[in-house]
Design a binder for this molecule. Structure first.
Ligand code: ADP
Length: 270
């Protein structure tokens, strides 16, 4: 499957490429329930209803970015899906750097940042039963050619253009990110977890070695952390499952599940 080419579906304008990918997957399931080997990439010049986590709006103006979603049907347990977000973050970081000399860092689990400002956001969604993923959709939004942002985003968002002074072809960016994704995804499938990419992920991890504030976000939170207070610790890195390792002030190390909390740097956005 890894060497198979991506089927590409492009929209000039759509609500959200994640929504298109999910609809495609649902229709496919009605046609033939056996088709697991799929790799489809959905892109749009403009998204009218792009979303981040917890339903937050993702600004996706026309022609200024790479707005894309990957659709896969991996043979994985639902608990493994969060690892794909980290694979996508690595792929986006490497893909960007293959096109431009812009060094990106990863803000665990789902954002790429440059100088503390968000340049790319990733939103993974899946449909699964208790044992197995049915399909997974990985939305990747890269701010490419924006020359500025609405006032409320100016402090936290940036674009490749603002960082490098160069305009980027979203299609080239897409091809590079897909090639990197194939590479890291193959490594992930070989190991069954993130042990093969953990070191390179940590090299890019903006939070590593820094004091971070853990903010329980409410949605998707585990029973253990439900209703828990905000707390502070030092980020040590990730484990092979992609969970964030945080050393508490009493010296104990806690693991944070993807999607469970928001991690904010004590200073600034990262
Ligand atoms: P986080 O991962 O920081 O919790 P989300 O994944 O929920 O954030 O992304 C949505 C948030 O990102 C929005 O609330 C907004 O603050 C910010 N945002 C929206 N559009 C963009 C964009 N194009 N670039 C950078 N940040 C954006």
């Amino acid at each position: 499957m890894d060497k198979e080419r991506w089927k590409e579906i492009h929209y000039e304008e759509t609500d959200s490429t994640n929504l298109r990918a999910k609809q495609y997957a649902r229709e496919l399931r009605e046609e033939t329930s056996q088709t697991r080997e799929i790799k489809v990439v959905f892109t749009a010049d403009l998204q009218t209803a792009g979303r981040g986590r917890l339903g937050r709006v993702w600004e996706s103006p026309k022609g200024d970015g790479l707005w894309m979603s990957l659709l896969l049907r991996p043979e994985l347990s639902p608990a493994s899906a969060s690892m794909l977000t980290l694979i996508a973050a690595l792929a986006a970081a490497e893909g960007i750097e293959n096109v431009l000399s812009v060094k990106t860092q990863i803000k665990w689990p789902n954002d790429l940042v440059v100088n503390g400002k968000k340049i790319c956001g990733i939103l993974t969604e899946m449909h699964a039963d208790l044992q197995k993923i049915d399909y997974v959709v990985i939305g990747i939004g890269v701010n490419a050619n924006m020359t500025g942002f609405p006032e409320e985003l100016q402090e936290k968002a940036t674009s490749l253009y603002l960082c490098s002074g160069q305009k980027t072809d979203p299609d080239l960016l897409k091809q590079e990110i897909l090639a990197s994704f194939d590479h890291f995804y193959e490594e992930f499938q070989k190991c069954g977890d993130l042990s093969g990419v953990k070191d390179i992920y940590e090299k890019r991890l903006a939070n590593k070695g820094r004091e971070v504030r853990i903010l329980p976000t409410g949605a998707g939170i585990s029973d253990e952390n439900r209703g828990s207070e905000e707390w502070t610790g030092t980020c040590l890195g990730i484990n092979e499952k992609g969970e964030l390792l945080i050393q508490d002030t009493d010296g104990s190390v806690k693991t944070i599940l993807s999607g469970e909390v928001s991690v904010r740097g004590i200073y600034g956005y990262v």
